[in-house]
Design a binder for this molecule. Structure first.
Ligand code: SAJ
Length: 426
């Protein structure tokens, strides 16, 4: 069995390491964070993800997965470190450092796979030269390929195995070799292509979603002006066999959809007008939400219970979360906030987290920013008993309120907010 070295034990690297270990590979996971390495070696996962703690325990105790701060010689290297977008430019620092760090261990015919999201041409123009500069021919000595991850947080372990994978090598032989690695663990299709095609495919998948969410968010803004029920319109339009409108919300979070479209815009700004505009629309949503909060409650002596900090439901990931931006804007306006999220831990954020009880106690408004499953089962009687004014603004269309004494807003009836503020004040 081959030895695999996976560099970066984050949301993608750790589950990937676990899946290969479970399939019987000898896996070494490498991470710069010593706390992460120590936890994994104890059989514990440092991330919240369905099924991951159990799997890590099994493969670590079974001796198939080890973690370390140091790289070792292996047959296959998989790089799954983060890339981000800073100061209007893709930051490939971690991918480049990780690539450089395997150089001393590279042997003839090693397979090197990048999974991190990268701009188009990165394998050819940035990664390959790192090998050339160090006397390794990436087209002859090794097999270099790009295989983007496509898994949905919350379903990572299932999707890692079941989703179709796209593998693009720097050479046709590298494509086949890398694809065969994934065929050992993937039950979905493993499709072979060129590196550059795989790079663009990954970026346009997330861009497609960003643009579609922007369309839904724009529809919400227009419908608000016109007095139209956005959510009903979406439901009805989606009855059309070729229409699939997405859902509006407080904005787009996560480290993928909110980031990846920028990689395209940066390289081709003149051709990427729609993509750039979609980013702008989605980034404007936290302000849209706060503008509507102001329609419901004044800042004076107003306590708002904020439910949800994670960028989406049932996970603890707060990267690029629109909830954080909404919280920042509400704070700036002078509202007193009491923030609750059953998944997010205090050490992840720089504001105080509360229990649900404390958050709703005497609150004038409850705003819901994440659709965690726990929020869907809110106790209406408790809200009526504890809140000062039982008003909910549900930006994720998450709860179903039955009691008519609770005033409920979502993207169906934003345009009614003006009226209710008058009624509440009277
Ligand atoms: N969102 C909306 N409206 C929608 C759908 C999503 O506002 O109709 C928001 C969510 O609330 C969230 C954000 O968009 O804030 C992104 O969530 P998501 O569930 O759409 O996607 P991610 O970022 O968790 O994962 C995406 C996935 N890409 C696609 O669906 C094309 C996943 O398959 C990728 O592997 C992942 O990015 C990645 O790592 O690139």
């Amino acid at each position: 069995m081959k030895k695999i070295c996976i560099i970066g034990l984050g949301y993608i690297g750790l589950p990937t390491a676990a899946i290969f270990a479970k399939a019987g590979f000898d896996v070494l996971g490498v991470d710069v964070n010593e706390r992460v390495v120590n936890l994994i070696n104890k059989g514990e996962a440092h991330l919240e993800e369905a099924g991951l703690p159990e799997l890590i325990k099994e493969v670590v105790l079974g001796g198939k997965l080890r973690a370390s701060s140091y790289i070792e010689s292996a047959d296959v290297y998989i790089i799954a470190v983060p890339t981000d977008f800073k100061h209007n430019s893709a930051n490939l620092e971690y991918v480049m450092t990780a690539t450089k760090s395997i150089l001393p261990f590279i042997k003839k015919n090693n397979i090197v796979i990048i999974e991190s999201t990268i701009p188009v041409r990165t394998i050819e123009d940035i990664i390959a030269p790192i090998f050339y500069d160090n006397g390794i021919n990436p087209k002859e000595d090794i097999h270099l390929a790009y295989c983007p991850e496509r898994v949905l947080p919350g379903r990572i372990l299932i999707e890692l195995v079941e989703n179709t994978r796209i593998v693009g090598g720097l050479t046709p032989e590298a494509t086949i070799k890398a694809a065969n690695v994934y065929r050992k663990v993937v039950t979905g299709k493993v499709i072979e292509t060129k590196a550059i095609t795989a790079e663009m495919t990954k970026l346009i998948e997330n861009t497609y979603r960003d643009v579609n969410i922007a369309l839904a968010n724009e529809l919400a803004k227009i419908s608000d002006q016109l007095g139209v029920d956005t959510l009903e319109v979406i439901k009805l339009a989606n009855q059309h066999p070729r229409v699939n409108l997405h859902t509006p919300g407080p904005g787009v979070g996560g480290h993928c959809i909110a980031v990846d479209p920028n990689f395209i815009v940066e390289m081709n700004p003149e051709q990427s007008m729609l993509i750039a505009k979609a980013r702008e629309i989605n980034s404007s949503m936290p302000k849209f939400v706060v503008d509507h909060v102001e329609k419901i409650v004044d800042t004076n002596n107003t306590k708002i219970a904020v439910l949800g900090v994670a960028y989406k439901g049932n996970i603890d990931d707060i990267r690029e979360s629109p909830a954080i931006e909404v919280i920042k804007l509400l704070n700036r306006k002078g509202y007193a906030l009491a923030i609750y999220d059953p998944y997010v831990r205090q050490e992840q954020v720089d504001f105080k987290m509360e229990s649900l009880e404390n958050a709703i106690e005497d609150a004038d408004l409850l705003i819901m920013l994440t659709d965690h499953k726990e929020f869907k089962a809110l106790d209406e009687n408790k809200l009526l008993l504890k809140m000062k004014k039982p008003i909910i603004f549900d930006t994720k269309n998450c709860v179903r309120i039955k009691n008519p004494s609770i005033t409920y807003f979502n993207y169906s009836n934003l345009y009614e907010m003006d009226k209710v503020k008058c009624a509440v004040t009277l």
